[in-house]
Design a protein around this ligand. Structure first.
Ligand code: SF4
Ligand code: SF4
Length: 369
């Protein structure tokens, strides 16, 4: 089958809502060869985003049904297909690459995979993140920064977002971006086990040994640990979430790519930005050291002051709230953005919106050609 099967698989994964664009280096094809045998690639081509039984998929394949079912089950256990366990048996569907099969291969990342990932992320940001109305992730402000605010939505309160009936089970897995850094030989100073999943996705993580189960109390401790380690919560861009990344600028692909934009604030969904009271600020710069996107900068000396103070660059601030608790003067507050993000109800609605936007963009480009 040669490379052609992987090219077709690349196109198939690119047809999923989050996309999988071609890169100049061909990193995306090399990555697929690491994760799929040619037979598995062939099977994946027959599987779409809607859940089906293995038997229904096998019936479309030109191979022995028993062998096909075994292959489908193996692919799900390796992280290449999503499996939903129901009382009536397992259902399978094709996932996105990012926020999907890539993260599910976290235990298969080696130095080569880690280096290929850089080009793949750059392609994804260029083609499927930049200027997109609906992105896959949104910033959830850290709990201490917005607690007590009566205008904050429940899905922007990190603890309300993740706990309560129907939100479990919970799982934690190694952060794939920090694993990449370790495999590249770079030092990682932040906690490794910070990739959080919820509900059906957590169940899949636990069943396949991708992540470990957490109780609700352990989840709360994990969120505290992440805040203490200066990690920015990015959840599924929906009110009911399935995953939460805990990102930092030293390791994470998200920050590496967001940092390239002149106005990162325009490239994320966030409900808040930080503001510094110049009269209260003593210019200690503790907040600047916390900020993961370099959004806190020195400003001119106000006339009444004899020293510099800090100010927030609202084109860069992504509203994470990490700076708030660090200020010895309580000079930083979180302020609602003028436009509140229109947050989808759940991951399915988010995916449908993303897919429709991609179709509209493709139709517009076709018309212009
Ligand atoms: S200034 Fe930086 S740390 Fe503070 S909320 Fe904005 S992005 Fe987060
Ligand atoms: S931590 Fe507070 S006092 Fe120190 S520079 Fe930042 S805003 Fe000013």
């Amino acid at each position: 089958m040669g490379d052609e099967i992987y090219t077709r698989l690349r196109e198939h994964i690119d047809s999923m809502p989050a996309g999988y664009p071609a890169t100049d280096s061909g990193a995306e094809i090399k990555m697929l060869k690491k994760f799929y045998t040619p037979l598995q690639a062939q099977i994946a081509l027959s599987i779409g985003p809607m859940p089906e039984t293995a038997q229904a998929i096998a019936a479309r394949l030109d191979m022995d049904e028993k062998e096909a079912v075994t292959q489908i089950q193996t692919m799900a256990s390796q992280g290449s297909l999503f499996r939903i366990t129901t009382p009536d048996g397992a259902l399978f569907r094709h996932p996105n690459f990012i926020m999907g099969l890539y993260e599910w291969h976290v235990h298969a990342v080696d130095k080569e995979v880690a280096e290929l990932a850089d080009d793949i992320y750059e392609g994804l940001f260029e083609h499927h993140w930049k200027n997109r109305k609906t992105k896959q992730l949104r910033v959830v402000p850290v709990g201490t920064s917005v607690s007590g605010k009566d205008t904050v939505k429940s899905y922007d309160m990190i603890r309300d977002l993740v706990k309560g009936p129907g939100k479990g089970p919970y799982a934690v897995a190694p952060c794939i971006c920090r694993v990449e850094q370790i495999k590249k030989g770079n030092e990682v100073t932040r906690p490794l086990e910070t990739c959080l999943t919820f509900g059906l996705v957590a169940q899949y993580y636990i069943e396949n040994g991708i992540g470990k189960p957490l109780t609700q109390d352990q989840l709360m401790e994990k969120i505290d640990e992440c805040e203490a380690a200066n990690l920015v919560p990015f959840s599924t861009n929906s009110k009911e979430i399935v995953n939460m990344c805990m990102c930092d600028k030293d390791s994470c692909q998200l920050f590496r790519n967001l940092g390239k934009f002149p106005k990162p604030a325009q490239e994320v969904h966030a409900a808040f930005h930080a503001a510094i009271d110049a009269d209260a600020c003593i210019g200690c710069k503790k907040c600047s050291k916390k900020c993961q996107i370099d959004a806190i900068v020195q400003t001119d000396i106000p006339a009444a002051k004899k020293r510099f103070v800090q100010r927030v660059d609202t084109d860069r601030c992504i509203g994470c709230g990490l700076c708030v608790g660090t200020c010895p003067q309580n000079a930083i507050t979180m302020v609602e953005n003028a436009v509140f993000p229109d947050v989808p109800d759940n991951a399915i609605e988010m995916s449908v919106r993303m897919a429709k936007e991609r179709m509209a963009i493709a139709a517009a480009s076709k018309e212009m050609a």
